[in-house]
Design a protein around this ligand. Structure first.
Ligand SMILES: [Zn+2]
Length: 273
């Protein structure tokens, strides 16, 4: 089993590098929008083994949660499952007294999941998340986005080719009015991502360099749009390869987790009634 983990970890590192150095980054993010409940590592592993996967679950979960069975002969998708562990350690304090300290740590084991296409049984209720483009839904999405934005959003004209901006000093977002619905949503999500991740107070990524911040905001916007079924094929990720060059796999995975977590929060707020 230890050998299994070693092999899968090696594959994982290669997969992470591949995502950033190929043309597949946008594709990968669209994939993540379906699997945002899984860690960045497991998103990559599922993607590498079954790029057309759309809904995965363990063998038993398919039976109990979805009343479906894995078809005979289907090969599982190997992922990593965290196993939280702890042990107690005797420590001696300054006064020479012996006390016990609990140390928590996590190990991983490999486990298997299966895609819906590898199963048969009862129909799955379709999740209502496709943006059909009607104005009512658009208005509703904009309203929800403005509500979840940590800073006020103003729709007002400004002199610039930019479609919107996040004003860190003033704590506000400004978006050009009269853009297409698609453009408005993309811009809004991009600027909200900046406001969440890069604000001066508790912005988790406030110290990242400018290039990194743009990759993060654009990636979150892309992922959320993909989850909403919005066609964002005109997104430009041409600079991602140059951004990732020379970075450690660990660093890239950490950034993938930031992007996925932020997208997850926004998607879940949008889905909430
Ligand atoms: Zn930006």
């Amino acid at each position: 089993m230890a050998k299994d983990i070693e092999k899968i970890t090696e594959e994982l590192e290669q997969g992470v590098k591949d995502v950033f150095t190929s043309e597949q980054y946008a594709e990968y993010l669209a994939f993540v929008s379906k699997f945002y409940n899984y860690s960045a590592n497991n998103c990559i592993l599922i993607w590498m083994q079954k790029p057309d996967a759309s809904l995965v679950a363990g063998f038993k979960a398919w039976q109990t949660k979805f009343k479906r069975n894995v078809k005979k002969g289907e090969k599982g998708i190997q992922i990593l499952a965290p196993c939280p562990k702890k042990f107690t350690k005797k420590v001696t304090d300054e006064d020479g007294n012996e006390t016990e300290k609990v140390i928590n740590y996590t190990t991983f084991r490999t486990t298997y999941v299966f895609d819906i296409s590898q199963t048969e049984g009862e129909d799955i209720p379709k999740f209502v998340n496709d943006l059909t483009g009607d104005v009512e839904q658009f208005d509703d999405l904009v309203k929800k986005l403005v509500e979840l934005s940590p800073v006020p959003v103003n729709f007002e004209k400004f002199e610039s080719p930019a479609k919107g901006y996040y004003d860190r000093a003033e704590g506000k977002i400004v978006v050009q009015p009269d853009m297409s619905e698609l453009q408005t949503l993309k811009t809004l999500i991009h600027e909200i991502s900046h406001a969440i991740l890069h604000n001066d107070e508790d912005g988790e990524q406030k110290d990242a360099d400018r290039h990194t911040k743009e990759v993060q905001a654009e990636s979150v916007a892309y992922t959320v749009c993909a989850a909403l079924g919005i066609d964002t094929s005109d997104y430009s990720f041409g600079y991602v390869a140059s951004w990732s060059a020379g970075r450690e796999v660990k660093e890239l995975t950490a950034s993938m987790d930031v992007i996925r977590n932020t997208a997850k929060d926004i998607i879940e707020s949008l889905k909430a009634a």
